[in-house]
Design a protein around this ligand. Structure first.
Ligand code: SPV
Ligand code: MG
Length: 431
């Protein structure tokens, strides 16, 4: 009997899945792969029920003769392992980012004469509703909050990009590329104080108040599912910080990063060009501990950001602070630098990792931007944040268009560079 393989990446079996099974049965014995939690978490189909429950659910479908685990989003490994004669899938994978997965499966099958069967994708009202329901659940605070913690051990390095609106949130959520024959996406989002302030035309000095910052968080949350890392600036007064932690945790934000500065905060990239004061170790530890104590779940992370290198206080000061902040309960350490070369960041990572193998390290390579994700991962970094690139790319593009409209007294000349009207009006999905 021929072997027919399909993979389910779902929490609910609907008629589309049954249709695939029935079609598969016409070709031979049906083997269904259940996508692992790790692959589901990374590729945005956040599992709502456990892996064991999904295995059981699939094994109970009539006509399924075997259930196996598919570890990777890609089919290569599972094809090599079970050598199916056919791989059957909805034809939705002939388009969009899934096409890469299909092409790779096809290449793996071709090696021994296996074939792909594309079945017309079932997309009726009922299936749409079930799909929307699963997507909505993934947006709920209890699911999205823990996603950063879950991702950390699963990713070689968690990649976060700056977002400051629903639209930039959608870019972070949806952008997918094929790189080195594999799909790649951002894993998380960073709500930068610099960009959240800049888009409001305000300086990055903790002037945009927390109510306004939370409004931005809410706009982003409404249209995304990826975990959010919130730039909490200094965290403010301890008495206020505990309220911020509670609110962010309740909303479903995954982490806050607070920096060890006090008084009027200026952006770190000014370094010592402006007056900035570093907090004492004791006071900052008190803030971290107060935040940890107030949390209601184990999901939310408080990450301590060390400004010693920015403020030229030396490596030993940075390490001493890292030790103290971890002891006070910090769930991660962010080390920042404004040097062009990554030397001091790598040195910190090397020394910190000698004494602490586990605490996640976060870096923001804005200045030292030649370093690659692989090099950072190799140095023991767990989260890389691209902290301001979307804002910095949008502003010059908008400014140039404004200049040219003024120069030409009309918009014809800029039109070529603009997104077509038909694309912008359908950019955002309606619910
Ligand atoms: C931000 O993005 O607001 C940051 C990172 O805090 S930096 O601008 O490099 O200080
Ligand atoms: Mg900031």
């Amino acid at each position: 009997m021929k072997k027919v393989y399909t993979c389910f990446c779902t929490d609910v079996i609907h008629e589309g899945h049954l249709n695939i099974i029935n079609k598969a049965r016409e070709y031979g014995e049906v083997i269904v792969g259940v996508l692992s939690d790790a692959a589901m978490i990374r590729f945005n189909r956040f599992p709502i029920i456990s892996f064991e429950e999904r295995m059981k659910m699939v094994s109970e479908i009539e006509g399924v003769s075997q259930v196996v685990v598919q570890e990777e989003f890609d089919y290569d490994e599972v094809i090599r392992r079970i050598r199916p004669d056919y791989v059957i899938h909805g034809d939705n994978w002939t388009r969009g980012f899934m096409k890469v997965v299909r092409d790779r499966a096809e290449a793996a099958l071709e090696k021994y004469g296996g074939e792909i069967i594309d079945v017309p994708y079932t997309y009726n009202e009922n299936v749409k509703r079930i799909d929307a329901c699963a997507r909505e659940k993934a947006r709920m605070p209890e699911y999205r909050r823990k996603r950063l913690r879950l991702l950390l051990p699963l990713c070689p390095i968690v990649k976060a990009i700056e977002v400051h609106s629903g639209l930039t949130g959608l870019i972070a959520e949806k952008t997918t590329v094929e790189s080195d024959g594999k799909l790649d996406r951002f894993d998380a989002m960073w709500i930068s104080s610099l960009c959240d302030s800049t888009v409001k035309g305000k300086p990055d000095i903790e002037l945009v108040d927390i109510t306004s910052r939370l409004r931005t968080v809410d706009d982003i949350m409404e249209v995304t599912t990826k975990p959010i890392i919130f730039d909490g600036d200094t965290g403010g007064m301890i008495e206020h910080f505990v309220y911020t932690v509670r609110t962010l945790e309740r909303m479903g934000v995954s982490a806050i990063i607070i920096e060890d500065k006090i008084g009027l905060k200026r952006n770190s990239l000014f370094g010592t060009d402006v007056e900035q004061t570093q907090d004492t170790i004791e006071h900052f530890c008190e803030k971290i501990a107060a935040g940890k104590k107030i949390q209601l779940t184990d999901d939310f992370m408080i990450i301590a950001r060390i400004e010693s290198l920015i403020l030229e206080q030396g490596m030993e000061d940075a390490l001493e602070r890292a030790r103290a902040y971890v002891k006070a309960g910090a769930d991660g350490i962010m080390i920042h630098s404004r040097r062009k070369e990554p030397g001091e960041i790598l040195e910190f990572c090397h020394l910190f990792r000698q004494e602490d193998k586990d605490t996640p390290i976060v870096v923001v390579p804005t200045s030292f931007n030649s370093i690659t994700e692989a090099e950072l991962a190799e140095a023991g970094v767990n989260i890389v944040i691209y902290a301001n690139q979307l804002t910095r790319s949008a502003f010059p593009a908008m400014q140039q268009v404004a200049i040219e409209i003024l120069k030409n007294h009309r918009a014809l000349e800029v039109d070529e560079r603009l997104m077509p009207i038909k694309d912008i009006i359908s950019l955002v999905d309606e619910i």
